[in-house]
Design a protein around this ligand. Sequence first.
Ligand SMILES: Cc1cc2nc3c(=O)[nH]c(=O)nc-3n(C[C@H](O)[C@H](O)[C@H](O)COP(=O)(O)O)c2cc1C
Length: 438
Amino acid sequence: MVLGGLFEANGYHSAAWLLPSAQDDAATDVDYFRNIIQEAEAGKLDFFFLADTPAARTENLDFWTRSPLYMNMMEPITLLSALAGSTSHIGLGATASTSFYEPYNIARLFGSLDHISHGRAAWNVVTSANDYAARNFGLSALPPHDKRYEKAAECLEVVQALWDTWEDDAFIFDKANARMFDPEKFHILDHQGEFFRVYGGLNMRRSRQGQPVIFQAGASEAGKEFAARTAEVVFGTGSCLEQAQAFYRDLKGRMTRYGRSTDALKVLSGVSVVVGESEEQAREKWALWQETVPIEVGLMYLKTDLETDLSDLPLDEPVPEHRIPDHSNFHQIYFNEIVGLIREGLTLREICRKYNRSKVIFYGTPSGIADQMEHWVSEGGSDGFMMALPVLPESLTDITRKVVPELQRRGLFRTEYEGTTLRENLGLARPRNRHVTA
Ligand SMILES: Cc1cc2nc3c(=O)[nH]c(=O)nc-3n(C[C@H](O)[C@H](O)[C@H](O)COP(=O)(O)O)c2cc1C
């Protein structure tokens, strides 16, 4: 089973920073992150992942001050580069948006991280989903959803072509004849596309794992099609096993159209894991965190993800159907989840408490959590989990010291890393350079 972790300074739960145990300056403290990633590596997790959006929120600051996601953070590729030297096996994944980066920059940044970490880098390809970021890059709003995916596809194509600039054995370091590389094994890219024009080569040799691993999390039609064609790890969505199975079948089913083997892509279900002495105690722990979050935060998430403001409505009554917008432009999967909760007839307050951005919550004892993970994987819901750690460091040590040993005892999770590159540990093939014939 693949186990990755989604890390946010104090944890992903909106209450995490409010808890007495939370370190105030964690988000900009590299030593804090070093301790966290070393704990994750001691637990043999496949990878440490940092999400990103290149923007602070500029409106409704009264809300964002209560749930300050992305308001104070370090740039993830930079942070991972700093952490690479303190670790030796765990994968290092970060988001970079195809809507705002030039492909040449992405190829260099992740190419460098891949060298610094000796082959442990992964790029999470996202199209971004908020206008705050757009405004930092000369746009008043994000381009339409499908246009963003067209641009993402072209961007990825260029990045991967740049990573293949040099054949693996291009650098010969022939001192006797004063030839560092073989010019025959250097391939110039001449790309003239709709969104990008690149003529040149990447000034960096290929890495130990050939190319960084490609992560993706799209859940829309365009997103799934893109993932089926190009992704190697996908953060799956679905708030129950049936939905996860449907997503898994759907995505893997699409791969055959592109001539890809289903083993070439790992679907990891997004989960929050809450460990307790008993399942009931774990649920109480989560409920306590939920109650710590001011209700305004729940309303803000609904406003962001449903793309409409419901804060004028009474908290203890159901939300009228006519308040649902007729379409979404940002995260379709989040939008649909909220629509589902509204249609269930829940009150606005209940929706605020229940809505969890498409992440399933596993509550239980370590063995109860292992049961749920085992069931989910054996029933074809996923190849493993993308665990959003709700409260750090507690949620991480619960996994590394309690859940992982139980999974290892059952033979479901590694006791040692299989290799040193992320591809080796995930069981993904090293991509052959496109310029080398078999
Ligand atoms: C585990 C996980 C991590 C994600 N990380 C990011 C991120 O760092 N930045 C971002 O803009 N979107 C992130 N997303 C959102 C997705 O990239 C995508 O926009 C979302 O799933 C909606 O997909 P769609 O645009 O195909 O509807 C993440 C989603 C998941 C499930």
